[in-house]
Design a protein around this ligand. Structure first.
Ligand code: PMP
Length: 364
């Protein structure tokens, strides 16, 4: 049961989370005919990333179930965007927030978390890096009465956030253009996006392909463990998260991190200031579009903006590589498919069911 103050604050946050525009990005490959792939502009969320959807949904559910009580400490281990989202949304709901993250993440991420008023605990490689962050978060929670651990890597509400917002939104947006998706592709961090959107689209669009993306330089999904290094922050951590079920998905697409950087740089030159994983997702979408043929409608997400990478290789010249796809793609601008509706909806909220049914052409 939610108190009036929490309901009021959740409503305010809902206006700034999700319901993002869908972009049709036009390109030519090797000077060929004009084509397009679609991407949800998730960099336009409250804190500039897709993780706001997950954080808002998990915190709302935790308030509803009583797992998070007024004033309770929110503790999360994260490689960055999740920490920023929990910091902003947790503080907006009136909670203290403590974030554990590896110390090698970008300076912008650390500063942003602090700027929202959350405590940040940096964990070195020697102290266990990412897995050490998770262990330390669990230890603090065990010692803190009333603490709430969202556990984004294992929490089923993470994919639910996408199955009830990102997925229905993009399907409604495509249908508003008379289109149906042929394939969805996205990089895997926690796997919330690929599993949640994937599961929703597999139910709604029989035969749709759902392809996870990983860095070619560090293929955790293909090998089952951490190998090599890569620069696509936000995807491919050190293990396969429990919410990822590879047998429910189609083939993994591997993207070189340098190629992803070059693609993100090219997107920025079109006015789309997106992060490195957006470059990787775009390359995966173009590859699928080329493989699946002329009728294919391929959709992906731009998970975050370029603002957190201003001190990284995203702003440096990337050495050319003969296998890179980015230099073969000529971008021709983009069209926007508008937001779904002025009143934000959430399919897990019964009050939104009629609006959602109208938008997706489906009975509640
Ligand atoms: N890109 C970026 C920049 C991210 O921060 C994340 C989240 N870690 C992802 C992609 C992957 O999203 P998900 O956790 O839903 O798999």
């Amino acid at each position: 049961m939610l108190d009036d103050r929490t309901v009021h604050r959740l409503r305010g946050l809902r206006v700034l989370v999700g319901n993002t525009p869908l972009l049709a990005i036009e390109y030519r490959l090797d000077g060929g005919p004009p084509r397009a792939v679609y991407a949800k502009a998730e960099h336009l969320n409250l804190t500039g990333s897709i993780k706001d959807r997950m954080a808002l949904h998990i915190l709302r559910r935790a308030c509803e179930t009583g797992a998070l009580r007024p004033g309770g400490l929110i503790i999360e281990a994260t490689s960055g965007n999740t920490g920023i989202s929990f910091a902003a949304i947790g503080r907006a709901l009136g909670h203290p927030v403590a974030i554990f993250m590896p110390d090698w993440m970008s300076e912008e991420r650390k500063a942003l978390i602090r700027s929202f008023g959350a405590a940040i605990h940096l964990v070195s490689k020697d102290d266990g890096g990412f897995l050490g962050s998770i262990r330390l978060a669990e230890e603090l929670a065990a010692q803190t009465p009333g603490a709430f651990l969202p556990r984004q890597f294992a929490n089923d509400e993470n994919p639910v956030a996408h199955a009830t917002s990102t997925g229905p939104e993009l399907l409604a947006q495509l249908r508003s253009q008379g289109l149906a998706p042929t394939a969805f592709t996205a990089g895997v961090g926690t796997g919330g996006t690929i599993m949640g959107v994937g599961r929703y689209l597999q139910r709604e669009v029989p035969g749709i392909k759902v392809h996870p993306v990983e860095p070619a330089n560090s293929p955790t999904l293909s090998t089952g463990h951490k190998v090599g290094r890569h620069r696509i922050q936000g995807i491919s951590d050190e293990f396969i998260p429990p919410i990822v079920q590879l047998d429910a998905l189609d083939a993994i697409i591997a993207v070189d991190d340098g190629d992803a950087i070059r693609m993100a740089q090219a997107l920025a030159h079109q006015g789309l200031g997106v992060g490195i994983s957006s470059g990787a997702n775009f390359l995966a979408a173009v590859r699928l579009r080329e493989q699946l043929g002329d009728a294919a409608v391929v959709v992906t997400v731009f998970p975050d903006s370029n603002k957190k990478y201003l001190t990284t290789d995203l702003l440096r010249d990337e050495p050319p590589h003969p296998d890179h796809l980015a230099p073969r793609i000529e971008l021709d601008g983009f069209r926007g498919v508008n937001r779904v509706c002025d009143v934000c909806f959430d399919a897990s909220d019964p009050a939104s069911a009629p609006a959602l049914a109208t938008l997706t052409g489906r009975r509640p």
